[in-house]
Design a protein around this ligand. Structure first.
Ligand SMILES: *Cc1c(COP(=O)(O)O)cnc(C)c1O
Length: 457
């Protein structure tokens, strides 16, 4: 009899997050002030984030304990299951062992609530009563509105116009928890009005929505703070609960991964699963192939420029050294909305740059092909974002079939696809187009990135 599920007792759940900063082989380039291009001071961030999160953003502590109130909420869905995908292995006829961590079991349906819970907790602790944010496909807006409702804060969400129009049920989901939504660009902010003046028919982008949400916080005089669902160090930190749990569960399965895979938009679910293994690779010399998977339509890590760039279109966020397609990049309308961001987490960029991890890009038709196979074998309809990780896990398993190796593959199932059935419809109707970014887009990125004189850390 096969053992499919490797569950962890709630009592054995890790009580801390893993901070990768002190373990990095070389320090990361410092974040810069958007206007002066000088290294950022913690006070520069105080207008939009609570101090506790700013401290985590820059912390050198290797482990940060999870507050009791956050643990209590985590326990509503954590520890999440680790499952061995025997049926997928059999369908692929591969000698590889395939495991996945199932983050789709959370109330929001994805990993994002691991950080929204923590972020709202720290905001509340500092007396904040309202939080503004952006959302692309809607997963982050959902995760933040749930966390805000649990802690009794107001949640204002700027939702990328195209998703606002195409995903009415995501809207209702966010509103069910009390979140207030505006389609972005909106007429409620200076940034939004400027984007609309430039192009009244714009579909919006994550970069524009971030500009609006940041503006609301900056202009509130401290009453409203801003919250980001990916990219920043403290967000990746909160997600490491995924990998810390997975390590214990893999041990109980008497397995250790040769390959660790996560899809990569801003980089948070990838980092969450991978960083505790990156630590083993850096500190214990473990031989692990750690792969971030992105869409060919938005190939930040595989084709982007390694440079300082803004996180938003209106150039209000700090400059971070990262891989970028340019802060004014509007990606093609692929169905993995969560992977359509022009930049990436600085930590993920840094590790890619130094070769500790690697990145691959995949087309959306093969992604859906693998997602349907996964759904039929494992019973779970994956989010199109998570489908990117599945595609690469399948590719690695097929390489094992060809070579006869029986590698152990671990990937992150970052979320389910119950709100993405229209993209499954498009796939089933044969209507999905595979995009490759043209060279012209990269040239425009080169023009858009700010000219920054590099300072040493
Ligand atoms: C948002 C999202 C992603 C992409 O964001 P990361 O920060 O790269 O993890 C991936 N999968 C799902 C299900 C998401 O909701």
């Amino acid at each position: 009899m096969h053992q499919y599920n490797f569950l962890l007792d709630a009592g054995k759940m890790p009580d801390h997050w893993y901070n990768i900063i002190p373990d990095l082989k070389t320090p990361m380039a410092p974040p810069l002030h958007p206007a002066t291009h000088k290294p950022l001071n913690p006070e520069d961030l105080a207008a939009i984030f609570p101090m506790a999160l700013i401290e985590q953003e820059m912390s050198n502590k290797p482990a940060i304990s999870i507050p009791g109130e956050v643990m209590d909420i985590y326990k509503l869905w954590r520890p999440t299951p680790l499952r061995r995908a025997y049926r997928l292995e059999k369908a692929l006829d591969t000698p590889a062992k395939i495991f996945y961590k199932n983050e789709s079991v959370s109330p929001s349906g994805s990993h994002k609530i691991n950080t929204s819970t923590a972020q709202v907790y720290y905001n509340k602790a500092e007396g904040i009563k309202e939080i503004s944010t952006e959302t692309g496909a809607g997963q982050w807006g959902t995760a933040l509105s749930i966390a805000c409702s649990m802690f009794g804060l107001k949640c204002t969400v700027y939702m990328v116009r195209v998703s606002y129009d195409q995903k009415p049920y995501r809207r209702s989901f966010i509103q069910t928890y009390g979140g207030v939504i505006y389609p972005s660009p909106s007429t409620t902010t200076d940034a939004g009005r400027a984007f609309l003046a430039e192009d009244p028919n714009t579909t919006g982008s994550l970069g524009m929505a971030i500009s609006e949400a940041v503006e609301v916080a900056v202009k509130s005089g401290g009453a409203i703070k801003y919250s980001l669902g990916s990219v920043l160090n403290h967000v990746l930190l909160h997600q490491t609960i995924i990998g810390l749990e997975a390590k214990q569960q893999m041990e109980s399965a008497e397995a250790y991964p040769d390959v660790v895979i996560g899809c990569c938009g801003g980089g948070s679910n990838f980092a969450g699963l991978a960083f505790p293994y990156v630590q083993d690779k850096m500190k214990k010399g473990k031989d692990i192939d750690i792969i971030a998977v992105e869409p060919t339509a938005c190939p930040t890590l595989t084709r982007g420029l390694y440079a300082y760039d803004y996180g938003d279109t209106a150039m209000m966020t700090p400059l971070l050294k990262q891989y970028t397609l340019g802060h004014n990049f509007v990606p093609p309308g692929i169905h993995a909305g969560g992977l359509r961001y022009h930049g990436v987490a600085q930590q993920v960029a840094h590790l890619t740059r130094e070769g500790t991890i690697r990145a691959v890009a995949v087309h959306q038709n093969p992604v859906f092909e693998a997602s349907l196979l996964f759904a039929k074998c494992e019973g779970i309809v994956p989010a199109p974002e998570a489908g990117h990780a599945i595609r690469t896990a399948v590719d690695e398993a097929l390489k094992c079939k060809a070579s006869g190796e029986s590698k152990t593959i671990l990937f992150n199932l970052s979320g389910h696809g119950h709100f993405d059935m229209s993209s499954y419809d498009s796939y089933l109707a044969g209507k999905l187009v595979d995009f490759d970014l043209d060279e012209e887009a990269l040239r425009r990125a080169e023009e858009a990135i700010p000219k920054v004189e590099e300072v040493s850390a």
